[in-house]
Ligand binder design. Structure first.
Ligand code: MEV
Length: 324
């Protein structure tokens, strides 16, 4: 068994189905090439220590017996509670030294918190020789996300573990890897940081006021996710793009669109994209466009002209893995 291990997990981009997936509907998600990396080492003292410079955590340490008890800095929450949850289920007596490093800014909404949670759970599974299955890793990492933020579908955790493209239903009720031939996505960052929990709460407040409208929006989203899944499997990018546009309209109705994202989305469509929509919680973060290679340049230019920052991403990449 190792004493020290290096793990990486990919970030994610929501393709279709955000918000509805929090309420027992399906979504489609892809893992992206920008990865979170973690080094995890078993130590002889019973101390937990963490270096996570990307989230401004340096030289943080406490006794293993106090995990999750005394005050936890925001940037340390996911990793610390991941360790605590693992320890409660699979006790061990060593201390732990964790270092995380991200290849992407936590601003983009690529799921850096869930990817670091995934890395730590996978590292502990390997270091303790438990060799947990993907579903067991998912359950522990998803519990951690719920412990920290109180809500969320877990789609980001699934993308970090399984990688590729997934059809996913709330809480991992279904996690279905999809064989996708191509997914030529262009990603534009709005420059505005969105807080996922705040946006989920906004949509929930709207659903309390207009339950029948919002419920029917979720149901429509679920229908188009099913169609989009078939389109993706058939490599029918034209239909997939049209369904992205439908989904964007429904997200606008939920109230999570903003002017800047819309400008980038309309720009991408005018530039010849098959379709474009926001990706994730809305209110900022990123938009995605699907475009054929001959339109890529025009779409990127349109996104930049609307004030967005084009981010090069590889999609459909490998899930969590041990690095040598
Ligand atoms: C956020 O990226 C996507 C949401 O659907 C939240 C979630 O699924 O956990 C809004």
């Amino acid at each position: 068994m190792y004493k020290k291990i290096r793990i990486s997990a990919p970030g994610k981009l929501m393709l279709l189905g955000e918000h509805a997936v929090v309420y027992n509907r399906p979504c489609l998600v892809t893992a992206v090439g920008q990865r979170m990396r973690a080094t995890v080492e078993l130590t002889d003292d019973a101390t937990f220590s963490l270096e996570a410079p990307d989230v401004k955590v340096t030289s943080y340490s406490k006794p293993m017996s106090e995990l999750g008890i005394s005050e936890v800095p925001k940037g340390a929450q996911f990793v610390e509670l991941a360790v605590k949850n693992f320890l409660e289920k699979y006790p061990f007596t060593d201390g732990l030294k964790v270092t995380t490093q991200s290849e992407f800014s936590s601003q983009f909404g690529f799921g850096s918190s869930s990817a670091s949670t995934v890395c730590v759970v996978k590292a502990l599974s390997e270091l303790t020789g438990k060799n947990l299955s993907n579903k067991e890793l998912f359950d522990l990492a998803y519990k951690t996300v719920l412990d920290v933020q109180g809500k969320g579908s877990g789609f980001d955790v699934a993308a970090g573990i399984y990688g590729g493209c997934l059809y996913f239903v709330t809480g991992g009720k279904v996690i279905e890897p999809l064989v996708v031939k191509e997914l030529p996505l262009i990603v534009g960052y709005s420059g505005i940081k969105a807080d996922t929990v705040t946006l989920m709460n906004q949509v929930k407040a709207k659903a309390m006021k207009y339950p029948e409208f919002i419920e029917s929006l979720y149901t429509e989203v679920a229908k188009l996710v099913e169609k989009a899944k078939s389109a993706l499997l058939d490599n029918d990018l034209v239909t997939f793009g049209e369904l992205m546009n439908f989904n964007q309209g429904l997200l606008e109705s939920m109230g999570v669109g903003i002017f800047k994202l819309s400008a980038m989305i309309y720009g991408a469509r005018d530039g010849g994209a098959y379709g474009a929509k926001l990706s994730g919680a809305g209110g900022g973060d990123c938009m995605i466009a699907l475009a054929s290679p001959d339109k890529t340049q025009a779409v990127k230019q349109a996104i930049s002209a609307a004030g967005g920052q084009v981010i090069e991403v590889e999609t459909n990449v490998e899930g969590v893995r041990v690095e040598v």
